[in-house]
Ligand binder design. Structure first.
Ligand SMILES: [Zn+2]
Length: 110
C-alpha cells in the first residue's frame, strides 16, 4: 500500500481514538495518554505531504471521516458506485485517490 495512504489511515484511527479519550477526560476519567497520542500524531503529520494533510483536514471538518474504504466498488462515504474503468485493480491503494463524487480519500480492502 502507498505510504501516504497508510499514514492517512493511521492518522484517522488516531484522531478517532483521541476524540474518545478527550471525551472521557471531560467526564472525569483519569487519562494520561493524550500527550503520547499528540506525539504520535505529530510524527505522522510530519511524514505526510502538505497538500495531502490539508486535504485530510478539510475532509475531516466537512464529513467527520476523510478516509473511507471501498467495498464492491462502492465508496463507503457516499455510496457511489465507482466506475471500474476509473481505477483498475493495479492502481488501487497505489496512490491517494479521491472519490469523484464526495471527494473523500479512498482505500481498498481485500
Ligand atoms: Zn464518495
Amino acid at each position: 500500500m502507498d505510504k501516504q495512504l497508510l499514514l492517512l489511515i493511521s492518522l484517522q484511527e488516531l484522531d478517532i481514538l483521541r476524540k474518545d479519550r478527550i471525551k472521557e477526560e471531560e467526564v472525569g476519567f483519569e487519562m494520561d495518554n493524550i500527550k503520547k497520542m499528540e506525539e504520535a500524531r505529530a510524527s505522522i503529520v510530519s511524514q505526510l505531504k502538505d497538500h495531502i494533510y490539508r486535504k485530510y483536514t478539510r475532509l475531516t471538518k466537512r464529513y467527520g471521516s476523510a478516509v473511507v474504504p471501498v467495498v464492491n466498488n462502492i465508496c463507503q462515504g457516499c455510496y457511489l458506485l465507482l466506475p471500474t474503468q476509473m481505477i483498475s485493480p493495479e492502481q488501487q491503494n497505489k496512490s491517494v485517490i479521491t472519490c469523484p463524487n464526495c471527494g473523500r480519500i479512498l482505500y481498498w480492502i481485500d
